[in-house]
Every structure is written in structure tokens, then in C-alpha cells.
Design a protein around this ligand. Structure first.
Ligand code: GLA
Length: 372
């Protein structure tokens, strides 16, 4: 009898243990429609309870839920709970690109002009006097095809978008595939692939705004390390001057951890610069580390790209409200956008962004979360 009740108790305990342990999964919910296309929201959960929500509208990551050092799981990415908040005019005007996939060309191209194989192309000026993040309707504002992926140690979402020849002024029918993968090691991996049928230019990136305090504070107390010995200095319109300037002795030296707020007042407008990553070879290498010592949350960024745009959320003005009800004021989030350098099509001394037919574009960026 005694044995039976002990066994019964054990069975109950086991049942609870099994139920409360998060399971690696991906689920899909209807999230409205735009451009006459259905939009979905996908919830990726790993075995540690880390959750990433991604919509196939703009490939936008709307939430990243990670534990702090006490195991409290909270959202550390700026975003909204409904599609209409991303499609409404007020948001499009503010243009913060929360969590979005950026293409065909991330960051700025001077005066919206570039020449390829002797032919000049003109793009929309959506960030006067330049073009920014793919133009008026970049990859952040289109509906991507989506396919769920179930692995043994990870789940993923493969997003595909075909950009037509001359869409937003870019030559070539261009197929982009971005696969988000959430692993049981608390990594969010982004595999980018692309092909074209005519020579074109490409610079795909991702625009999540991170706030490891879960928006309890701004990001000025976050400690940042960027493994970069130089930046590409810019003019007043944020177009590179074409030079590569060492960071040593400047507020851009993040080769050792520094609080973002420590020297930000010495940088006109705040940080919005491309850092030239220290790397050997073309493989995946550690580019940045970010720590919020209050929550203990720690993020590492690995990438195959040559540069990273560190943007300290300078244009946020409190008019947008996060899914947790927080007004997103200046510096309430920061972006670490792995990329090729801005305005590369006009800078032959920068790594090339040209993609020819028959070539395969690929890049990998990994955001890895842990605690300290
Ligand atoms: C990038 C740019 C910034 C700004 C943001 C979006 O990071 O470099 O200047 O346009 O995107 O607001």
C-alpha cells in the first residue's frame, strides 16, 4: 500500500516536471493581412523557455524573451503586439525598422545613385538627401513566404522574398532567403542567402533594437565591446567619407567594454556608425558583446560580415509604445546591424557588394544570450 502511494506521488511529480519544462516548438497564428496577403506570427520556443516571435511581414522579430540572472524571462527587443502598429502611417513616418529584415541594401547610398557595369541607377531618396535601407518599400515592408523548420536541437523559420527586376530601382530579379533559427543554446541565428539574374548590389541585415533591461531603463548603462579597431567616418548626412579611421583614443574605442553613455555626448547625434570588424579570414567571428549588469543579461554577436552598424536609438522620441506599454524614448534600444559598409557601391576601396548571376550571396549572424 505504502509502495503504491509513493509510486503514485512519484508519477504526479514526474508529470508536473514534464509539463512545466518548456518544449522546443514552433507555432503559427493568424496576424491579419496586408497587400492582399495573409500575415502570420510565429512563436519559436526552445527547451530553456527562450521565446522569439517573428512575423513574415518584413521578417520582423517582434519579441525576444530571455532570462535574467534570476531566471526571470522578459522581452529584450523593441516591438509591438499587432500588425497594424507596424503598418500604420505614424510608424512608417518614424521609420525605426524595429526588428526588421533590411534589403536589398542596408543603410545609406549617397544621393540614391550608384553605377554598375557603366550604367547609373537611381533609387528613391527616402532619407534626404540619401536612400536608406532599401528605399520606400524595402524588404522590411513586404510579406515574405514562410516555412517552419523542426530540428532536434533547434527550430527555425525560413523566409523567402522575390524582389522583381528594378523594384525600388535595383536591377535584377533577386531571390532572398533568410532563415531564423532558435537553438537550445539560446542562440538566434540568421542565415542569409540570395541570388540574382542580373548584376546587382546587396547588403542584407537585421534591425532588432536590444534593451537587455527589458526597457526598465535606457541603454546608456549597457556595457558594450566591439572588436573593431576602426570605423568609417561619416559626413553630416551619415554618408561615409571613404576613409577608415582608427578608434584608438576616441569615443568609438569599444575594444574594451565601455558604458554606452560614458562618452556618447562627445559624438554628435549619438552613435550611428559602421565599425570595421577585426577579423581573420571569412568565417564566423565574435564582433560584439553587450552586458546589462543590473539584470545580468549578456549578448554576444557573431558574424561573417566585415562591418557592424552600432546605432544607439538616437531618433527614438517616445512617441511609439512598446508591447509592454513603455514609451520608447531616445536611447531605449540599440541596434548592432551586421553588414557591409554603408555606401559601398560608391566606394571602390570598401569590400564589394556586387552580386552577379551564378554567384550565391550568403552571410550568417548569431545573437547569443546568456547571463553574467
Ligand atoms: C540605421 C541607420 C540610422 C537610422 C536607423 C533607423 O541604423 O544608420 O541612421 O536610420 O537605421 O531609424
Amino acid at each position: 500500500m505504502r509502495f503504491r502511494s509513493t509510486a503514485f506521488l512519484l508519477a504526479i511529480v514526474l508529470l508536473f516536471a514534464c509539463q512545466s519544462k518548456p518544449k522546443l516548438s514552433i507555432s503559427k497564428q493568424a496576424w491579419g493581412s496586408t497587400d492582399n496577403k495573409e500575415v502570420s506570427l510565429y512563436t519559436l520556443t526552445n527547451a530553456n523557455g527562450m521565446v522569439v516571435k517573428i512575423t513574415n511581414y518584413g521578417g520582423i522579430v517582434t519579441k525576444i524573451m530571455v532570462p535574467d540572472r534570476n531566471g526571470k524571462i522578459e522581452n529584450i527587443a523593441l516591438g509591438f503586439d499587432s500588425l497594424s502598429q507596424y503598418t500604420k502611417e505614424q510608424y512608417k513616418k518614424a521609420c525605426p525598422y524595429f526588428g526588421a529584415l533590411i534589403g536589398r541594401y542596408g543603410n545609406r547610398i549617397a544621393k540614391g545613385k550608384f553605377t554598375l557595369d557603366g550604367k547609373e541607377y537611381t533609387l528613391a531618396i527616402n532619407n534626404a538627401p540619401n536612400t536608406l535601407h532599401g528605399g520606400i518599400k524595402g524588404f522590411d515592408k513586404v510579406v515574405w513566404d514562410a516555412a517552419e523548420i523542426n530540428g532536434t536541437d533547434s527550430v527555425g523559420l525560413a523566409l523567402t522574398y522575390v524582389s522583381k527586376d528594378m523594384e525600388e530601382g535595383y536591377p535584377g530579379n533577386f531571390t532572398a532567403k533568410v532563415t531564423y533559427v532558435l537553438t537550445n543554446k539560446n542562440e538566434l541565428k540568421l542565415y542569409y542567402e540570395a541570388e540574382t539574374d542580373k548584376p546587382t548590389i546587396v547588403n542584407l541585415t537585421h534591425h532588432s533594437y536590444f534593451n537587455l533591461s527589458a526597457c526598465k531603463n535606457d541603454i546608456l548603462n549597457h556595457e558594450l565591446t566591439i572588436f573593431a579597431d576602426s570605423i568609417t567616418p561619416v559626413d553630416s548626412t551619415l554618408i561615409p567619407l571613404g576613409t577608415i579611421a582608427p578608434v584608438a583614443g576616441t569615443p568609438f574605442d569599444f575594444t574594451k567594454p565601455h558604458k554606452i553613455g560614458e562618452r556618447i555626448n562627445e559624438v554628435k547625434g549619438g552613435y550611428d556608425h559602421n565599425f570595421v570588424l577585426r577579423r581573420s579570414g571569412l568565417g564566423l567571428s565574435l564582433s560584439c558583446e553587450l552586458l546589462d549588469s543590473t539584470s545580468g543579461r549578456f549578448m554576444e554577436v557573431y558574424t561573417t560580415e566585415p562591418g557592424i552598424q552600432f546605432y544607439s536609438g538616437n531618433f527614438l522620441d517616445g512617441s511609439l509604445i512598446n508591447s509592454d506599454g513603455v514609451a520608447l524614448k531616445k536611447h531605449y534600444g540599440l541596434c548592432l546591424e551586421a553588414q557591409h559598409y554603408p555606401d559601398s557601391p560608391n566606394r571602390p576601396n570598401f569590400p564589394s557588394v556586387v552580386l552577379n548571376p551564378g554567384q550565391k550571396y550568403s552571410q550568417l549572424t548569431v545573437y547569443k544570450f546568456s547571463v553574467k
